[in-house]
Design a protein around this ligand. Structure first.
Ligand code: CDP
Length: 209
């Protein structure tokens, strides 16, 4: 079973995807980390983020240290959002993601274009979203918990900028697949959102059985 979970920043898609993977005993890939790894490579090499070729070269890595704390920094996230608009970068990461999805028992992948591009034939597709204000509040609280300082207003501006970049790029823009189930988590605590996601997947599996 392949489960595709897409949605914008801080919508809860990562937590939901992880919980679904645990619930259904499937491997999980946070594809945002791949884009973040390209961004981090580029930063460390001092490559020019305005050059698609430099960014594509930074995508040529054999393995990623998923535990590197820098991967999750805001700087790397911002750069990931920029370099993910380059077709050459997306192409370089595509096979890796499809390979992960093709495991014998299936997999859960979360990102922006899993249901539309990476795994258009996925058995279940969820599109997880929430209002920009709710997402900015969540990201702000997450940052505060990890001891980083940022104002709520700055986080909201950043979220809106990322949404605009992700939705307006030419290749694989953030868009709900026609056959994806919408899960709006604006008025849900994360536990309730996870519970709802499990129910939605189970209902879909029953429908297609
Ligand atoms: O949750 P957040 O937006 O901070 O980041 P993420 O999910 O780790 O992804 C980082 C960036 O990679 C996003 O801003 C997207 O632009 C990009 N991305 C993408 O284009 N396609 C994916 N499948 C996953 C991430």
């Amino acid at each position: 079973m392949i489960i595709a979970v897409d949605g914008p920043a801080a919508s809860g898609k990562g937590t939901i995807a992880k919980a679904l993977a645990r619930h259904f005993g499937l491997p999980h890939l946070d594809t945002g980390l791949l884009y973040r790894a390209v961004a981090l490579n580029l930063l460390r090499w001092g490559g020019d983020p305005d050059s698609e070729f430099a960014a594509a070269r930074a995508a040529d890595f054999s393995q990623i240290d998923f535990d590197d704390p820098e991967l999750r920094s805001e700087t790397v996230g911002g750069l990931a959002s920029r370099i993910s608009a380059y077709p050459l970068v997306r192409e370089a990461l595509l096979e890796r993601q499809r390979g992960f999805a093709a495991q014998p028992d299936g997999a859960v992948l979360d990102g922006r274009d899993i249901g539309t591009v990476v795994a258009p034939g996925a058995d279940v597709k969820l599109f997880v979203t929430a209002s920009p204000e709710v997402r900015a509040r969540r990201r702000f609280e997450e940052l505060a918990r990890s001891g980083r300082t940022a104002s709520y207003e700055d986080v909201l501006i950043d979220i809106q900028a990322r949404d605009a970049r992700d939705a307006n790029r030419e290749v694989a823009p953030l868009v709900q697949a026609a056959d994806a189930i919408l899960l709006d988590t604006s008025d849900m605590a994360i536990d309730a959102a996870v519970q709802r996601a499990v129910e939605l997947v189970e209902a879909q599996v029953e429908r297609s059985a």
